[in-house]
Write a protein that binds this ligand. Sequence first.
Ligand SMILES: *Cc1c(COP(=O)(O)O)cnc(C)c1O
Length: 376
Amino acid sequence: MFRIPFNKPHFTGREASHVSVAVKLGKISGNGEITKRCHEFFESRYHFRKVLLTTSCTDALEMAAILCRISEGDEVIMPSYTFVSTANAFVLRGARIVFADSSDDSPNIDASSIEALITPRTKAIVVVHYAGFGCDMDEIMRIAGKYKLLVVEDAAHSIDSYYRNKPLGSIGHLATFSFHETKNISCGEGGMLVINDESLAERAEIIWEKGTNRAAFSRGEVDKYGWVDIGSSFLPSELTAAFLMGQLEMIDDIQQKRLSIFNCYYQNLLPLDQKGLIRIPHPNELSSGNGHLFYLLAKNLAQRDQIIQGLKKSGIQAVFHYLPLHSSKFFSPLHDGRLLPNADRYSETLVRLPFFYDLRNSEIDEICSVVRTILS
Ligand SMILES: *Cc1c(COP(=O)(O)O)cnc(C)c1O
């Protein structure tokens, strides 16, 4: 096993007491008091128009695809360099995915490549803020406005992160977050849909509650509830919401710690970046990041493998990801053949270093010195 693993879930110590409150309240199915408190937390802290907790970011993306009224043959533009759920949610609705390349200088979607991909069948643009650094949202929202397209932010990496002082997840028509064990704030498996476009809010609640108007019924707005649209069981139980609340109460502490881990990596590896031996992400005034993950870019695939193997020999677990979706086993027969060289390059050269709340500065120093030795 690894002496320094890639991830370790962080527990604030407050989760169990919230879960026991849920048990004492005697209602553990979804959309109870604690779920509502979680919703209020996000709506007030980030000025999200409306939020709904979900059982995962994957589920939130599936809700987003339903809300965009994607039907057979509609086209959806999104980066190839992302997690499979971003695309799967729309494929399940019959969409044809049009994969875009990443930028030259970041794994985020190359906004300047989007306009040329739009056709009369295009319905939506899905962006992924990689590592919590914002995509070029000004340009993306401008294009979406011009062609009347919906924008979904896959903000799975991006809780508590800002772009031009706006919280990520508050800019697109819809946004999705993940509270999976590997994300900054976690309840094991969990997620959230953000609905910034008021016109989608009512339908979102219906889709969330199995296609029924039960949420309106429980507020006393209708006198009976029934089947009014398509939907599924996207809402988490109160136990999950309670666990999440135990993390949300400590979000400032968690974020401060994670940002200091990011900064420690950054200071340590900056000289290697300046010498041109590797590339690292650079926080800037547009987007300062949220300490979600730290990555370096090797020169090529061979050097990437050398770094991961070298760290492994020292008991340190580093990983690479994402295999570009346009050349995946499932999608390659469906892809239109365009080359996406930056997506391929990030897939071949990106290394994610260990990143978790309890990672010590001395361990970061050690990890970085192993990287230095491998490169020298
Ligand atoms: C983690 C992740 C997801 C999926 O999140 P789940 O909560 O595990 O469903 C989707 N998109 C991106 C970019 C992710 O990193």
